[in-house]
Design a protein around this ligand. Structure first.
Ligand SMILES: Cc1cc2nc3c(=O)[nH]c(=O)nc-3n(C[C@H](O)[C@H](O)[C@H](O)COP(=O)(O)O)c2cc1C
Length: 238
């Protein structure tokens, strides 16, 4: 093979390699652009879904809360309008992330039960939100109902009344009839049952209930005054 032929072959090979490199680069750029576009569209879809469902989720939580509210204070146990006798407050001791509605049940003008929405954050998996009714006359528990949680089905979800009667074990208890050290699960020396293989969830709810009773004892008088003032303003504003 002549030198001239060799040089020509080398030139053609180099041109081929340059063409291959540039088509590889083009293909990488195209794929990257397609991937970037796909990720962008996915992000938009997720953001839109979140915006569209956020309100709905909030409404569902509110409905679940109202349903639980009427379980704790059935309609024949109060004669006032719970949707008027309430106050929106952001109480950090109750685990609130934003203002929540505290309801007051009355019979013939006398406060009977106050219902606090509470969130506990040291469960197994995210926030556990529940409401707790406290009898005004003796500061005992009228009832507790879990409104939302993400605990594991079959393990931590026994805090729901439809899964187990565990939540009813708090009925009638108070800081007067139950010692401070009893407000935890039996495994930690307290009086409340844990769940098989799941102690974190019931311990979190139990301790949070005791914290709520402490808050109640400290602030009930101020709260009753505040609710009465807010209610008067609502009535005079029509
Ligand atoms: C997949 C998985 C899910 C779990 N879910 C829960 C739960 O929802 N609630 C809970 O209390 N423990 C749950 N546990 C068990 C806890 O990790 C822990 O072992 C148990 O609560 C005992 O806690 P203790 O060591 O403080 O007694 C889960 C464990 C696994 C592996």
């Amino acid at each position: 093979m002549s030198d001239q032929q060799n040089t020509q072959d080398q030139t053609e090979a180099s041109e081929d390699s340059t063409a291959n490199n540039s088509s590889l680069l083009q293909s990488i750029m195209l794929n990257s652009a397609a991937l970037g576009g796909f990720a962008f569209i996915c992000t938009i879809i997720i953001a839109l879904t979140y915006i569209n469902t956020a309100d709905n989720i909030k409404q569902q939580k509110k409905l679940a809360q109202l349903k639980a509210l009427y379980q704790i204070v059935p309609k024949n146990f109060h004669d006032n309008d719970l949707l008027t006798d309430n106050i929106n407050l952001h109480v950090e001791q109750l685990g609130h992330r934003n203002a929540q509605t505290i309801y007051l049940a009355k019979q013939q003008g006398q406060p009977t039960v106050i219902v606090y929405p509470v969130t506990t954050t040291d469960g197994y998996s995210g926030d556990i939100s529940y409401i707790i009714g406290v009898n005004i006359d003796d500061n005992s528990i009228a009832g507790v109902r879990v409104v939302s949680h993400q605990e594991t089905p079959g393990l931590g979800d026994k805090i729901e009344l439809r899964k187990s009667p565990w939540i009813l074990s708090f009925n009638d208890l108070s800081l007067e009839n139950t010692q401070a050290e009893d407000w935890t699960v039996k495994k930690n020396g307290g009086r409340f049952d844990g769940f098989t293989g799941a102690t974190i969830t019931p311990r979190s709810v139990t301790r949070s209930i005791a914290r709520t009773l402490n808050y109640h004892q400290q602030f009930i008088d101020q709260l009753l005054k505040k609710i009465a003032t807010t209610n008067q303003k609502k009535v005079s504003n029509g």
